[in-house]
Design a protein around this ligand. Structure first.
Ligand SMILES: Cc1cc2nc3c(=O)[nH]c(=O)nc-3n(C[C@H](O)[C@H](O)[C@H](O)COP(=O)(O)OP(=O)(O)OC[C@H]3O[C@@H](n4cnc5c(N)ncnc54)[C@H](O)[C@@H]3O)c2cc1C
Length: 369
């Protein structure tokens, strides 16, 4: 195939990982982003085995592990302390907690000088060009729109809206070192309309998150403080180590899955294609998988249409199923009615392990890349 001019819109996890994967295949890529530099906010991420496996394929796993806490278990409890789930994390690559900025930096540092152009806010695509708000434009044969959940490119082709999940979220990185029995463990507590979770990061820090049922746009950052007294015990210590001004508050949305991510010479990828609720901690993992698989399709296909067809055939069934599963897990986790929540706490542990294992193996043990 002739050498293509590839433009990636968005220097988030999806855009940077795709640029790196394509660079490894010998492609020349330009990444543009509306911001002036890498996003420094965003607290941290759980990278499940499928995400770290994609990092291995991107040749960044070693560095990712240097900046991560490796998790030995994933436990979900009811608010009364009954164990509801023990998540499997023993696949071929580990499950880790990593500050989001570190992952972005690791990916960006591997790109050649000048690959990323900052302060380039895209206005729209034409058949042959990407046009920016500053009046400039660049030619492109192939455009990857990795511009996130509020994607400008997506809105040019699809007129859908965000789906509010019914709950809001808070998260942060606390200067608190977890002690036994939470050391090295991803822990979640599910209460009535509330979930609280935390996991270790390196350097004695803890990443925590909380979700609560709420009307859309009806809560504020400091509302999380009202919950502390009612949360399970480690919450006190975690919040003691948290700079309150650094807490991130966000209403949670996804979008209804769509059957097609390519439009002309443009392909949606990462959150612009498949934004999901964070209940499975899979959005970034899926973006990393997208990057690896897109580059494999790029290397093996003869035309842009073929690349897109192959990519969509592999990715859409898997990722759209994860979007829906994440939404459903969130609904179960956020059950508010006390009787229903107690019923959930009774039934959840009774679901046969082998049924759940099949789902988890498919999700976390994904090694078809
Ligand atoms: C509360 C919460 C917790 C989460 N936890 C996890 C987790 O533990 N594990 C996990 O795997 N995932 C998690 N996720 C999901 C994960 O954060 C996202 O799926 C991931 O960041 C998506 O990356 P992206 O690159 O597609 O989009 P983004 O990170 O949104 O990046 C988009 C980029 O595009 C740029 N951009 C946007 N518009 C334009 C424009 N018009 N012109 C130019 N540039 C533009 C932006 O500046 C940005 O840099 C979580 C999400 C939330 C909300």
């Amino acid at each position: 195939m002739e050498i293509l001019k590839i433009v990636i819109i968005g220097a988030g996890i999806a855009g940077l990982a795709t640029a790196l994967a394509l660079k490894d295949r010998g492609a020349e890529v330009l990444v543009v982003d509306k911001n002036g530099g890498l996003e420094t906010r965003g607290a941290a991420l759980t990278l499940w085995s499928n995400g770290t496996y994609a990092c291995k394929k991107l040749h960044v796993l070693e560095e990712v592990l240097e900046h991560s806490a490796i998790l030995s278990k994933g436990n979900i409890y009811s608010s009364r302390g009954k164990q509801l789930e023990s998540l499997p994390i023993d696949y071929s690559t580990p499950t880790v907690g990593i500050p989001r900025y570190e992952l972005l930096r690791i990916l960006a540092d591997r790109l050649s000088e000048g690959t990323i152009k900052w302060n380039k806010k895209i206005r729209c695509l034409t058949e042959t060009e990407v046009e920016f708000e500053d009046g400039t434009s660049v030619e492109a044969d192939l455009v990857i729109a990795a511009d996130g959940i509020h994607s400008t490119v997506r809105s040019q082709f699809i007129h859908d809206s965000l789906r509010y999940s019914g709950y809001t979220s808070w998260r942060g990185i606390a200067n608190t070192k977890l002690s036994s029995p939470y050391e090295g463990v991803m822990t979640q507590f599910w209460g009535n309309g509330v979930r609280f979770g935390f996991l270790p990061l390196i350097d004695g820090k803890t990443y925590w998150f909380m979700t609560a049922n709420a009307k859309e746009k009806a809560t504020e950052r400091d509302d999380v403080l009202k919950f502390i007294g009612s949360l399970p015990k480690p919450a006190d210590a975690i919040f003691e180590g948290q700079d309150h001004s650094q807490i991130i508050h966000l209403d949670i949305y996804d979008r209804r899955p769509i059957p097609k991510w390519s439009f002309g010479n443009a392909l949606l990828l990462g959150d612009s294609a498949h934004p999901m609720t964070p209940s499975l901690g899979q959005g970034a993992c899926m973006a990393l998988e997208d990057a690896v698989i897109f580059s494999a399709c790029y290397a093996s296909s003869k035309s842009i249409q073929q690349i897109y067809d192959e990519f969509e055939a592999i990715r859409i069934p898997r990722v759209n199923a994860v979007v829906q599963l994440s939404r459903r897990i969130g609904m179960v986790g956020q059950i508010q009615q006390p009787l229903l929540a107690r019923l959930r706490d009774r039934i959840y542990p009774l679901v046969p392990r082998k049924w759940k294992k099949r789902i988890w193996d498919e999700l976390y043990g994904f090694i078809k890349i």
